[in-house]
Design a protein around this ligand. Structure first.
Ligand code: MG
Length: 385
């Protein structure tokens, strides 16, 4: 078997660290061609030494001296975004795992797709901001592959494997409901960041955990699903599923449903994106059927989650509106974490920013970036309770 070269962007975050656990199970199968992170130099160096990474990159030039000083002299390192673009298009890189939080993944992912690489995509923002650009890039680069690393989208990808696109009737994205699933609505105004960070089933980074509580995470995932599976907005539904065992499902034209089940552990989606089309034993935990497996699945209460309505509006309008939803939400989550606004104001900020945006078509990255910057400023200045 030939060795597959893997570059990990966002190596020190929650997904990146899970990816390291997957990669270390298969030293004969994968070689780490590069590791990229921004600020956690200690963890970046730990992984670089463990995998003897081809190159280790900090995207923050101010961290370069610290990185160079901590890393073995025999291991190359660099700083900034240009070396990242070199890494993702290099002949020795076969798979680019992109798990950068925020919008930094956009250019490397497009560059990797243009170079015909497999992109294992965990960064939702890439498809939310530039889903139409990604679709066009994929169509123009027949060798390139885009494989989702979000658990829901990995599930849908697995359910649709080998099926014709015309056979898809509905995508059912499952949602745990987040930390406030069982809270009465009127209590949400008093929710603290600590409350929002107490996720019932998944252990993830802080931004995505708060997004789970507001269901903004599901909103981003609806947009993501639309582009990954070329679905129409009305084909995408959300089901509240507190156990996080059914990672998502599809309904096909004959009204049969296919679901994918596993323990809630990101290593499943990461491993599958790396080994696809093979399924291999990576020592991942099995479902325990000695205990009664109880699965609840229901449509969300109408009106309870404004985030889902925002996603539908963003998908219908397309262009720059999905990116505006994302940018406004990032700012609102930061304002909530700093104690500046109440939890329900996250929705208010996103909704009002979207209302005030003049939608433009998704042509150049410049247009997308300009809309992103406009939305960030608007959301930061908006006065809310
Ligand atoms: Mg997810």
């Amino acid at each position: 078997m030939s060795v597959t070269g893997v570059a990990v962007l966002g190596a020190t975050g929650s997904i990146g660290r899970s990816a390291a656990q997957v990669l270390e199970r298969f030293p004969e199968r994968f070689r780490v061609t590069g590791l990229v992170a921004r600020s956690n130099t200690a963890e970046l160096v730990r992984q670089a030494e463990q995998f003897r990474a081809g190159i280790t990159i900090t995207t923050d030039p101010e961290k370069f001296r610290e990185l160079r000083g901590a890393l073995s002299p025999s291991l190359p390192c660099a700083a900034g975004w240009d070396p990242v673009l070199e890494l993702v298009t290099a002949p020795e890189t076969d798979i680019v795992l992109c798990a950068i939080v925020g919008t930094g993944g956009l250019e490397p992912v497009l560059a990797a797709l243009r170079a015909g690489k497999r992109v294992a995509l965990a960064s939702k923002e890439v498809l939310v901001l530039a889903g139409e650009v990604v679709e066009r890039t994929l169509d123009a680069s027949p060798q390139a592959e885009l494989i989702p690393v979000d658990s829901e989208h990995s599930a849908i990808f697995q359910c649709l494997c080998g099926r014709k696109r015309a056979e898809l009737k509905t995508i059912y994205l499952t949602a745990s409901g987040g930390a406030f699933r069982d809270w009465p609505r009127e209590r949400l105004a008093s929710a603290t960041p600590e409350d929002a960070l107490a996720h019932p089933t998944w252990n993830m980074g802080p931004k995505v955990t708060i997004d789970s509580a507001s269901l903004m995470n599901k909103a981003l995932e609806m947009i993501e699903a639309r582009h990954l599976f070329r679905a129409r907005p009305e084909q995408i539904e959300v089901l509240i599923h507190p156990q996080s065992i059914v990672h998502s499902m599809v309904e096909l034209t004959d009204s049969g449903c296919i679901a994918q089940l596993s323990r809630p552990d990101m290593r499943f989606a990461i491993q599958y994106a790396l080994t696809f089309p093979d399924r291999v034993d990576g020592g991942l935990p099995e479902l325990d059927f000695r205990k009664l497996l109880h699965l609840d699945l229901r449509l969300p209460e109408p009106g309870r989650y404004p985030a889902l309505d925002f996603a539908r509006a963003a998908m219908r309008a397309g262009g720059t509106l999905p990116g505006v939803l994302n940018a406004a939400n990032e700012v609102a989550v930061e304002r909530f974490r700093k104690g500046e606004i109440r939890f329900p104001s996250i929705w208010e900020i996103v909704g009002r920013t979207m209302e005030h945006h003049r939608v433009e078509p998704q042509q150049e990255l410049e247009t997308i970036r300009a809309a992103d910057a406009w939305a960030r400023q608007f959301a930061a200045e908006l006065q809310v309770p």
